[in-house]
Design a protein around this ligand. Structure first.
Ligand code: FMN
Length: 306
């Protein structure tokens, strides 16, 4: 992977600062924020604003979602102020709320608007690269990613990431690697392949078929934040799983306050996959409100051998 690009995926509700700080222990590759709504950011919603607090991190790409030009300019400037190393525009999210306002995956159906957004961000981003993350099309009858990505390139995009599924397919079913390959063959800018890469083998397979310039990995990181190092062919630094999880919990508590205990649940469920007595452990953890007790339960449970 040395000569290839590698990115962690933006994942709403997951790629927050605590998660990135844990990923950062294993990789120096660029990490994406979760998508940041440009309209809520403009209206100064504190939760959204906090997502931009990346100044103390290195090599972070901020992903923006929305369509209003005024808000996009504002969000781009804010992201640069906080030290973003790249601005990515979300043109693939299938969530209904985004689709109904014409953003996310809807932009695949509105090439003109999509290109306009790239031009707007590009004009305000200075030297910082501007990328787009999208899908192969709206549904199986409308796979338009080659012409769409070519238009984005003409509009000034510096890189595109293609999740090899349609908006209708959501997050399951086969990843269309041939469609990603077709994009790679048609474009001069870097093309990043995304979808179901979970380890070195699936990364190599993805690169071999698509000939893409790099890989983006999302769900494969859940409960396995060291996977980027493995894909990179680096030796993963030795660590005690229970210590890593306790550190992740601490980061969540510092970032979210006591609400961090709730946010931690999904991560604990991922960390515990494959462990015997997982269901019992999660059941107990989900009922526990004391941080000290949760910490002890994590220590006891994850100290057992896999
Ligand atoms: C819980 C969840 C949240 C996601 N949030 C975003 C997001 O904020 N922005 C985005 O472009 N894609 C988002 N995605 C899509 C991922 O970035 C990625 O394209 C998709 O999961 C396929 O890659 P994977 O198989 O490696 O997970 C999300 C996916 C999941 C599962």
């Amino acid at each position: 992977m040395k000569d290839k690009l590698l990115f962690s995926a933006p994942m709403a509700g997951i790629s927050d600062k605590p998660f990135r700080l844990i990923l950062r222990k294993f990789t120096s590759r660029p990490l994406y924020t979760e998508m940041i709504g440009i309209s809520t950011l403009f209206h100064n919603h504190h939760v959204t604003r906090k997502m931009l607090h990346i100044s103390d991190e290195k090599n972070i790409i901020v992903q923006l979602v929305g369509i209003e030009e005024k808000y996009m300019v504002h969000a781009t400037k804010e992201a640069l102020f906080y030290g973003a190393k790249g601005i990515d525009i979300n043109m693939g999210c299938p969530v209904k709320k985004l689709i109904t306002n014409g953003s996310g995956a809807s932009l695949m159906k509105d090439e003109k608007e999509a290109c306009h957004l790239v031009e707007v961000v590009k004009k305000n981003a200075g030297d910082v690269p501007v990328s787009v993350k999208t899908r192969i099309g709206w549904d199986e009858d409308n796979i338009n990613v080659v012409s769409f990505a070519k238009a984005l390139e003409r509009a000034g995009a510096d890189r595109v990431t293609i999740h090899g599924r349609t908006k209708h397919a959501g997050y399951s079913g086969p990843v269309n690697k041939d469609a990603i390959k077709a994009v790679k063959q048609a474009l001069s800018i870097p093309v990043i392949a995304n979808g179901d890469v979970v380890d070195q083998k699936t990364a190599e397979e993805m690169l071999k078929i698509t000939q893409a310039d790099g890989i983006m990995i999302g769900r494969g990181l859940l409960g396995k934040p060291w996977i980027m190092a493995e894909i990179d062919g680096l030796s993963v630094p030795k660590f005690q799983l229970s210590d890593l999880i306790l550190e992740h919990l601490d980061l969540m508590l510092s970032y979210y306050g006591m609400h961090g205990l709730l946010v931690a649940r999904k991560h604990l469920a991922w960390y515990a996959s494959g462990f015997e007595e997982r269901a019992l452990f999660l059941n107990q953890i989900y009922q526990e409100k004391s941080v000290d007790k949760v910490q002890k339960m994590i220590k006891d449970f994850f100290s057992q051998l896999k």
